[in-house]
Design a protein around this ligand. Sequence first.
Ligand code: PAF
Length: 284
Amino acid sequence: MRFVTTAPDLRSGITELRQRGHRIAFVPTMGNLHEGHLQLIRVARQQADGVVVSIFVNPLQFGPDEDFDSYPRTLDEDKRKLALSDVDLLFAPDEADFYPRKKEELTFVEVPGISDVLCGEKRPGHFRGVATVVNRLFNLVQPDVAVFGKKDYQQLTIIRLMTHDLGLPVEIVGVDTVREEDGLALSSRNRYLDNTEREIAPVMYQVLRTMADEIRQAGKIRDDVINNAKSKLEQAGFDVDYISIRRPSDFAEARADDRELVILIAARLGGTGTRLIDNIELSF
Ligand code: PAF
């Protein structure tokens, strides 16, 4: 695996892969890699013969009171994992190289509407930061295909829309969420949970599955589905940010008789206030 930190070195690595005739798959990450990321890399490997991974904790997508400073940075460990994961090129730029001008003055990319609801409403500017960094990474790497986890379902939808709207020649592939045995979705932020919170955390996925079962059984979205779910989460100790049932195609709020759905939850847990998100797709 070749390791590069600057755009010119990245370009020369990409040129080398292209000269070998390689179709390139790209997996953007913020590092602190876990099995969920490694699954994205496996899917990338199935999609192409050259696999490029980036590690960059993107300041543009963190709000002023969020965990940018404390976000786990584990580059050496990440490099060891990637070296065993059949990755061709790792790009881990410094912030000053990556964003050559003041953050406030940078050109940005925004997908309006969808970026302002759910996680976007709770984290103003977050999706603008994500769209901007992903667009910049796409321009630098120029991949044929890029792979993202479905755990960040709203992010995945926004990236699909951005790619479509800007005519970027990149195929976007979404990969199913990897879970712990008890159902908790893998996330770098799970490490913030204390022992008690870690025991409660899987309730979120149990609630999602119950909601999906209730909708399937009723053949429609009954009025009480969201309220029941909210009560269960609150009883378990969650402070709920949102529970929403949307259409995967356009992310509009689902109508009672829609049959292709994604249910999304975000909620905080206890003393650490760790914010967890998860979702489930269903069609019936
Ligand atoms: O999902 C993430 O890890 C980040 O939001 C991404 C896509 C790497 C952009 O910084």
